[in-house]
Design a protein around this ligand. Structure first.
Ligand code: AQP
Length: 330
């Protein structure tokens, strides 16, 4: 089976944008591919974390993957830090990634503007670790939201550079971006993307938000001063975002959802979108409670995942070390 690799940082609260852009597609693709899904805890260190919270969040995110539909029997679920080869390969790839390439990354520019007091070198080399995550499993496909496209292109470039310099070693991964919902926008500021660590929780819907909170957040979502429900990202970003969320979760084309609101008002749109979101998330929340109630079971899933992942990762890393001229450890 071809290989899928993807991951999410355990920062903030897993949000609807992450579900629609990434997780939902992992669930849909998981049985056609050999999948490795990471909780990228090392990546999360690029912004300040409270240790005890980070520890809980790592387990919580893994549990949310399962709650949202990842089958731990079929897919490998791994905490990134449990597989040391990610960081080791990142070092090697970092020696073949140029400062100029990393300086062009828009996520670095955005994040360093938001965290002016902590522009650390890990934030700068973040895409190199991401490239290592992907290349170490020889992934064919990487299902992510649109914001990760630039990082994925870099991973492809680095893979090809290595292959050209040392001979064919890495698979060049393809990106998979969903047709609907590749970029869910913030509810209060619909011209910027929804982010799970947005300081304003009104901007995102957390996968674990209660139905009441979800309905309230949609009720307060920013729209515009017109009354017509029309999909027009430029002129009506708020309304278009609500239509997109509905379409992504009800698995319909945006035009069909748009047509279903002909003659209706913004109040109807907001309450119907809230209904669709609640109907999607409520079963996840029930399942989440069950998964979290069995901590030992969850830890076992992660132990199994990392054991499997480590041997796969070592296979690639030892090949890399050999090709670049390092002496194999006796
Ligand atoms: N708004 C979004 N719409 C669609 N997809 C999205 N993703 C993130 N936001 C949206 C996708 O979710 C995955 C999460 O990746 P990440 O945690 O590594 O980092 P991120 O892209 O920086 O996500 P956030 O939510 O903005 O996190 P914070 O606020 O912690 O930095 C990726 O596949 C991403 O494309």
């Amino acid at each position: 089976k071809p290989v899928i690799l993807s991951g999410i940082q355990p920062s903030g609260q897993l949000a609807l944008g992450n579900y629609v852009g990434a997780l939902k597609n992992w669930v849909e693709l998981q049985h056609q591919y050999d999948c490795v899904f990471l909780v990228v805890d090392l990546h999360a260190l690029t912004v300040k974390q409270v240790p005890a919270e980070l520890r809980n969040r790592c387990l919580s995110f893994a549990a949310q993957y399962i709650a949202c539909g990842i089958d731990p029997e079929a897919s490998t679920i791994v905490l990134q830090s449990h597989v040391p080869q990610h960081a080791e390969l990142a070092w090697v790839l970092g020696t073949m990634t140029y400062m100029g390439e990393l300086s062009r990354m828009t996520q670095f520019k955005d994040k360093s503007a938001r965290h002016e007091d902590n522009i650390n070198s890990g934030l700068f080399t973040y895409p190199v670790l991401m490239a290592a995550d992907i290349l170490i499993y020889q992934a064919n496909l990487v299902p992510v939201g649109a914001d990760q496209k630039q990082h994925l292109e870099l991973a492809r470039d680095v893979a090809q550079r290595f292959n050209q310099r040392y001979s064919e070693t890495f698979v060049t991964p393809e990106i998979f971006v969903p047709k609907v919902g590749a970029r869910i926008m913030a509810l209060q500021e619909p011209t910027k993307k929804m982010s799970k660590s947005d300081p304003n929780p009104e901007n995102y819907i957390a996968v674990l938000d209660t139905p009441d909170v979800i309905r309230r957040k949609f009720k307060r979502a920013v729209t515009d001063s017109e009354t017509e429900i029309r999909y027009d990202v430029e002129k009506k970003p708020g309304v278009s975002n609500l239509l997109t969320i509905h379409a992504a979760l009800s698995n319909q084309p945006v035009e069909v959802v748009e047509a279903s609101f002909a003659g209706k008002g913004y109040g109807d749109l907001k309450s119907e979108v809230a209904d669709v979101v609640v109907a999607t998330l409520e079963p996840f929340q029930k399942r989440y409670a069950e998964v979290m109630a069995d901590k030992a079971g969850l830890e076992q899933i992660l132990a199994r995942g990392s054991e499997k992942a480590r041997s796969r990762a070592w296979k690639t890393l030892s090949k890399v070390y050999k090709k670049i001229g390092l002496v194999p450890a006796a």
